[in-house]
Design a protein around this ligand. Structure first.
Ligand SMILES: C[S@@+](CC[C@H](N)C(=O)[O-])C[C@H]1O[C@@H](n2cnc3c(N)ncnc32)[C@H](O)[C@@H]1O
Length: 244
């Protein structure tokens, strides 16, 4: 991936161009995505996923959407909750990451893997009992549209959870995190041969809205927020909500 072109496209005022650039960027890091995720979170991301899923109101037999599924690491904790009669539909628009997701989950009978744009979901209104998104919302080129789509396909009374990077409330911790991430991310990604991905991931983290702003946007889209929790010294936020 040519770094200058990527940075130009990902900052373009044209949302379509930005979306294509983000898709390509994730495609270019797909083969190292899982290892880098483990390095960047010190292996904690599986724990946060389990916490996120544990606090979703979810019955056996439920039908769940994992949006922006990437390599599909939300699928196992979700399958454990919905059981053999439940179903997990995993959606992403990045072909290369979906390929990895398929190698991990493609043969499971109650998993359906769909390539689609989160901003234009190919599902009827009120389809899912719950929706999960891991580190996906901040990558959407139109967050309001993404939340409207999430709310549309979620059943009334259905639950939603997003895990994403967050801004620590404590100013000292915020400055420290900014320094560490600003230096660590580009370094880790340079080793993986893709420094522009590191730059993008750092800037998308820094520029993402706060959890209270996200909560307001969710509310406007029809998802009332129940709970927010922060982890990793405030750098990771989990937000749960319910449509209704
Ligand atoms: C940081 S990764 C997170 C992947 C996974 N959810 C996880 O927890 O590891 C963000 C994902 O969002 C996907 N994504 C971004 N914009 C999207 C869109 N408009 N439609 C579908 N997927 C999108 C990317 O392809 C990528 O897989």
């Amino acid at each position: 991936m040519h770094s200058n072109h990527f940075m130009k496209d990902v900052n373009s005022s044209n949302p379509e161009k930005r979306s294509i650039a983000v898709n390509r960027m994730f495609g270019s890091i797909a083969s190292s995505y899982d290892s880098l995720n483990t390095i960047m979170t010190a292996g904690r991301h599986h724990t946060w996923r389990r916490i996120a899923v544990k606090n979703l109101t979810l019955k056996k037999g439920a039908k769940v959407l994992d949006l922006c599924t990437g390599s599909g690491d939300f699928i196992t904790p979700l399958l454990n909750r919905v059981g053999d009669n439940g179903k997990v539909v995993a959606v992403d628009y990045c072909e290369e990451l979906l390929h990895i997701c398929k190698t991990k989950h493609g043969t499971k009978k109650n998993v359906e893997i769909v390539q689609a744009d989160a901003l234009n979901l190919p599902f009827e209104d009120n389809t899912f009992d719950a929706i999960t998104v891991g580190w996906g919302l901040r990558n959407l080129v139109d967050l309001d549209k993404g939340l409207t789509e999430i709310s549309r396909v979620l059943k009334t009374g259905g639950t939603f959870v997003s895990i994403d990077t967050a801004r620590p409330d404590n100013q000292i911790m915020y400055s420290l995190s900014k320094f560490v991430l600003g230096n660590l991310l580009p370094l880790v990604w340079r080793f993986s041969g893709n420094s522009s991905a590191g730059k993008y991931l750092f800037s998308s983290t820094q520029n993402f809205i706060s959890l209270s702003e996200l909560s307001d946007k969710m509310y406007k889209s029809g998802i009332k927020t129940a709970t927010i929790e922060k982890y990793m010294f405030g750098n990771i936020g989990i937000i749960w909500g319910k449509k209704g």
